[in-house]
Write a protein that binds this ligand. Structure first.
Ligand SMILES: NC(=O)c1ccc[n+]([C@@H]2O[C@H](COP(=O)([O-])OP(=O)(O)OC[C@H]3O[C@@H](n4cnc5c(N)ncnc54)[C@H](O)[C@@H]3O)[C@@H](O)[C@H]2O)c1
Length: 412
């Protein structure tokens, strides 16, 4: 029997709603039924409502609509607390885009409110439910790199008002330079959710970083505030050392004050897995392991430091050059952007009475890592993590299952 659809009200009809969420909620996930949408800028909610044949509503109408079970909060980080807390106080379950709040104290209050109002609280990013992320967890759990030893997550880039991606519209702003939107939050969430899903709870954080140049100038001549000052009120850089409960150690490095470089990999006692981009559902994973069966190869030629003899590489053991191979993807949710899969999973969790996979516990633990790094930088001491975290249930393998098969794995 088909489960009863879960009715959703969407608040925030900006970039990500337009680009992917609304289409996925209306046309991709069968379990969801979008009733209406709201935005502080009414033209935005009207455009979405007209395009998808849903109601244009106000925030208040969504909070007070008895039919709506879930509020999908796609506002900018500075509005997350206000919208999520109001929705919870009206008895609505909440799905909130990343990160859940601008700081750890707001996040703590949201966790309390969810409990007090007995509602489900889910936080993005939900990309950790995507194809490569789930396959990476499967391979690592199966021992493909032996016992995991270290993880390295690095994402550096340049966010400056002269950058072409800087928002030129007077109606909105570029949220990664506003509270709760800095790169450690904006991109940090993707790396942290993926690391937590694969490696489990983090116990200690030691960090450096901050905001190296908080006073910026609008330097893009097309910007309405050209040559005016701009204060960046969010940490833009984090360089942290992490200790996981499992004994794995990691580095977490994010800055928007540098230039582009991305690197994400987990090493283990038997190999290394180079991971994909955690902002994407599809991607590739490269396994690097010593290959004992590699063909014999000539050592250096006579006169060039060798005697020309053939060497059996198997005898070299761990000194043999590692072989690289791209691992096949085993899971679904790899067809472009599947944003909203965490919301669909929450809908099945509501219908089936189970724990949702993107439960706010993961977002809260990630928030505490960022908070812990900032605290460690202030005190000069290692921060001891306090929040609990258990890895969410993995998704079943769905090789070649197609879109419908993909959604069915959530119905567990
Ligand atoms: N832009 C992206 O590529 C992207 C990707 C993934 C996730 N996200 C996340 O999605 C969220 C939104 O990002 P965006 O890029 O769509 O931002 P945006 O500024 O383009 O859109 C946000 C919308 O929310 C509305 N809004 C703000 N406060 C509101 C309130 N109190 N009530 C009603 N409406 C309100 C704004 O008017 C705006 O239309 C953020 O949490 C961000 O981290 C964005």
């Amino acid at each position: 029997m088909q489960p009863k659809k879960v009715k959703v009200g969407v608040i925030g009809c900006g970039t990500i709603c337009k680009r992917t969420y609304m289409e996925n909620m209306v046309n991709k996930f069968n379990i969801l039924e979008v009733v209406g949408c709201a935005d502080l800028i009414p033209e935005r909610s009207k455009a979405m409502a007209d395009k998808y044949g849903i109601k244009q509503m106000t925030n208040e109408e969504i909070y007070n609509d008895p039919e709506i079970e879930v509020v999908c909060n796609l506002t900018t980080p500075e509005s997350h607390f206000e919208v999520s807390s109001e929705a919870m106080k009206h008895g609505k379950h909440v799905y909130c885009e990343k990160m859940m709040a601008v700081d750890f104290s707001e996040a703590t209050e949201l966790m309390r409110l969810a409990k007090e109002n007995n509602v489900m609280f889910i936080t993005a990013p939900d990309t950790f439910l995507g194809a490569w992320e789930q396959s990476a967890r499967f391979y690592i759990d199966a021992g493909i790199i032996g016992k995991p030893v270290s993880v390295h997550a690095q994402h550096t880039c340049s966010y400056r008002p002269a950058n072409p991606i800087f928002d030129l519209s007077p109606d909105s702003f570029f949220f990664p330079l506003h509270p709760g939107g800095g790169l450690p939050f904006d991109w940090g969430g993707y790396y942290l959710h993926t690391m937590l899903n694969i490696l489990g709870r983090i116990t200690k954080v030691a960090g450096f970083g901050g905001n190296y140049e908080p006073n910026m100038l609008y330097t893009h001549p097309a910007h309405p505030k050209y040559k005016e000052n701009f204060f960046v009120d969010t940490p833009t850089s984090i360089f942290a050392a992490l200790e996981f409960e499992s004994g794995v150690h990691g580095t977490f490095q994010l800055t928007s004050e540098s230039y582009n470089s991305e690197h994400f990999e987990i090493t283990g006692t038997k190999g290394t897995l180079v991971l994909g981009n955690p902002n994407n559902f599809d991607g590739s994973m490269i396994l690097k392991r010593p290959n004992m069966k590699e063909k014999p190869r000539m050592m250096g030629a006579p006169g060039q430091g060798g005697n020309g003899a053939q060497v059996d590489r198997a005898q070299l053991g761990e000194f043999a050059m590692p072989e690289e191979m791209v691992l096949p993807m085993l899971h679904g949710f790899n067809d472009g952007s599947c944003r909203g899969v965490g919301l669909a999973d929450m809908a099945y969790a509501l219908r089936n009475g189970r724990k949702p996979r993107a439960d706010a516990q993961i977002g809260y633990h990630a928030m505490e890592v960022i908070h812990g790094s900032i605290e460690s930088q202030k005190t000069g001491k290692t921060y001891i993590m306090t929040s609990p975290f258990e890895r969410p249930a993995p998704l079943d393998i769905t090789i070649a299952a197609g879109i419908s098969g993909q959604e069915a794995v959530l119905d567990d």
